[in-house]
Design a protein around this ligand. Structure first.
Ligand SMILES: Nc1nc(=O)c2c([nH]1)NC[C@@H]1CN(c3ccc(C(=O)N[C@@H](CCC(=O)O)C(=O)O)cc3)CN21
Ligand SMILES: O=c1ccn([C@H]2C[C@H](O)[C@@H](COP(=O)(O)O)O2)c(=O)[nH]1
Length: 283
């Protein structure tokens, strides 16, 4: 939580204004931020200086794991977060690849579970990683990449958190996650939860011990219409102690995650937080 607040303060102190053509807004921007989450010691990085909708963040992650390409599937799990990108962005609405209401196209989990091979067939990147890790194998290429430039034109948004690399050392699983673009007030609140939970879940289903999760961000920004709320409200508050995330221990495989897991299988204990803040969202 301290690292999150330090990044917000750094953007305010050192950020440079950048015009963003896609959203038509200006962003106060810094380059390069590195966060680390201690999954081994269950230090769940949940924001406490405002109410965080952590279940929606985990629902989003579960949707990526399942390879969802439709905002209605995310809604059914408990995340409304893809509604706007699927249905309100004019460039995507005009795109001939869009298959109708709620379609997100070939984004995130679609690439993670069924990356199209040039000679036909698909690659299930996540399935391969889990098979390897279950056998204690780290081939130094346990990489889950959503970043497929050849198919950007077939999706509503390029992935922001685009690559997750898993590593095993002495029976302990590590995760390094890379993010090219980060909406710090809204997106990072979710992305921190997702990086932590992805490592915790992968360790649980592969029988490895969870270690550290390293989160590397390139462009970290605050949109101009979010700045007053961040500077004058959220950053004036004192953080509370980190809560704990409890994951149902019956989740033991990728199949479990794909079939019966719901948000009821996740619980947060001891979440003390300040009042909610509604940040503007840019489509
Ligand atoms: N501009 C922008 N920022 C993002 O963070 C973002 C995108 N676009 N597009 C793709 C996904 C969708 N994500 C989102 C979308 C919405 C919220 C959001 O509105 N969060 C609110 C309420 C959440 C709820 O009620 O469930 C929040 O206060 O955190 C968060 C992340 C992250 N991504
Ligand atoms: O997981 C996510 C997904 C998206 N974001 C933010 C980062 C940017 O503000 C927008 C994406 O815009 P681009 O023009 O494609 O960079 O969404 C995030 O923070 N986390």
């Amino acid at each position: 939580m301290k690292a999150y607040l330090a990044l917000c303060q750094r953007i305010i102190d050192e950020g440079v204004w950048v015009n963003n053509e896609r959203t038509g807004k200006r962003c106060l921007t810094v380059i390069n931020a590195e966060l680390q989450y201690d999954v081994a010691n269950q230090a769940f990085p949940l924001i406490t200086t405002r109410k965080s909708y952590w279940k929606a963040a985990i629902a989003e992650l579960l949707g990526y794991i399942r390879g969802y390409d439709n905002a209605s599937d995310f809604r059914a799990l408990g995340a409304k977060t893809w509604d706007a990108n699927a249905n309100e962005n004019q460039a995507w609405l005009n795109n001939s690849y869009r298959k109708g209401q709620d379609d997100m196209g070939r984004v995130y989990g679609v690439q993670g579970r069924s990356w199209a091979k040039p000679d036909g067939g698909v690659v299930d990147q996540l399935g391969k990683i889990i098979d390897d890790l279950c056998r204690g194998i780290d081939d130094r290429g346990e990489i889950l990449s959503f970043y497929n430039p050849g198919e950007f034109h077939m999706g509503c948004l390029r992935p922001c958190m685009h690559t997750h690399t898993f590593s095993v050392l002495d029976g302990t699983l590590y995760l390094t996650s890379y993010q090219r673009s980060c909406d710090v007030p809204l997106g990072l609140n979710f992305n921190q939860i997702q990086v932590y939970t992805l490592l915790a879940l992968m360790a649980q289903i592969t029988g490895l011990k969870p270690g550290q999760a390293y989160h590397k961000i390139v462009n970290a920004h605050i949109y101009e219409d979010q700045l007053p709320l961040m500077r004058d409200v959220q950053l004036k508050r004192e953080p509370f102690e980190s809560p704990k995330l409890v994951i149902n221990p019956d989740i033991k495989s990728l199949k479990d995650l794909e079939t019966w897991v719901t948000m009821d299988d996740f619980e947060v204990i001891g979440y003390q937080h300040h009042e909610g803040i509604k940040y503007p969202f840019s489509v």
